[in-house]
Design a protein around this ligand. Structure first.
Ligand code: AMP
Length: 137
């Protein structure tokens, strides 16, 4: 497996989502198929907060988008859509989000998409957190 394009460290097989995939620690699964597993976030930030992860060993969206096969990418994103639909989130709307790297606030180094729903979610980022463009920092 090549090193991730993001420059992050190589995939760590001891990360918490790798352990969830292997069944070493419990999760409240809502979906699983050949390409993806979805489960409730342990610390929900909305009435519905589910994580969708690929089964493959990808550190981040940068790694996944560069290194996963077409079948893995298609299978993963179809699972994201299916989970949102099956959770009943489509009608009122929801948010899909992925964090990447330190400025993105990524804590677990296995690519995952957060699905948030069940309430009005407001702006993408709190206004106070919007800062100067990168060039000015
Ligand atoms: P991120 O900051 O995008 O890497 O998000 C990591 C997410 O994983 C956080 O929302 C955590 O609450 C969640 N999380 C961490 N450990 C677990 C776990 N054992 N089961 C479910 N979710 C978890």
């Amino acid at each position: 497996m090549p090193a991730p394009v993001s420059g992050l460290p190589p995939y760590d097989d001891t990360n918490i989502f790798a352990r969830i995939l292997r069944g070493e620690i419990p999760s409240r699964r809502v979906h699983e198929d050949e390409y993806a597993v979805a489960f409730h976030d342990i610390n929900p930030l909305a009435p519905v907060h589910v994580l969708v992860i690929p089964r493959g060993r990808y550190v981040s969206i940068a790694d996944f988008s560069a290194s996963a096969s077409d079948a893995e990418i298609a299978g993963f994103w179809r699972a994201v859509g299916r989970v949102a639909r099956e959770l009943g989130l489509e009608e009122r709307g929801f948010r899909a989000l992925t964090n990447m790297g330190s400025e993105g606030g990524q804590e677990v180094p296995h690519f995952h998409v957060h699905l948030f729903g069940g309430q009005r979610l407001g702006r993408m980022l709190p206004a106070a957190e919007r800062t100067a463009p990168a060039a000015e920092r």
